[in-house]
Design a protein around this ligand. Sequence first.
Ligand SMILES: [Zn+2]
Length: 212
Amino acid sequence: MGFVNAYLLQAGEGFILVDTGIGDVWTKLESELLLQGCLPERLKLVILTHGDMDHAGNCKKLQQKYGVSIAIHQGDYEMVSTGVSRRRSANTLTGRIMTWMAARMKDTSGCFEPNLYLEDGQSLQEFGLDATVIHTPGHTRGSISILTAAGDLIVGDTLSNRRKPKTADLFEDALQLKTSLAKLRDLQANMIYPGHGKPFRFQDFLAITKDL
Ligand SMILES: [Zn+2]
């Protein structure tokens, strides 16, 4: 969806969408869903890796037009329902510019009430997907990752791959982020699917975090 990723997962007869892009890409999102055969009645669930509006921008429209439930971790409830983003630190210049911009671009037009909360260790089997939710706070309090049985690991903004694989350069809590990265290192995964940039090998993640 432009500079931010959304992932459509086959879940039995239907689909689960992970993240939704910014509000401006609505038309593109809808046509991509259609292209994949994901008609409104086949979209079973939308999961947000976290509450930032570049990922949550189309949730409100999806709820209204698709009648689909939106699932998040409770930790990011406030972000999506009020548009208030908690203070974050940045360890790079890009990160600092992004924090500065985010603080000035408060937009409540995409705010919505989530339908359900996901917890650490929760199975997504009831939605037809052989995958587990992993709570990975740090970037935001409610950041989650999804590990499928096939070894695909969706990580939201806990990791990125804009130019090369990197750990989050924006975070609410550096220590939590570190703990979450250590938790991800213990998983058995093949590929990492970040919120921004191209997928990369789990091996590459292990390499960049070996001195954690
Ligand atoms: Zn993002």
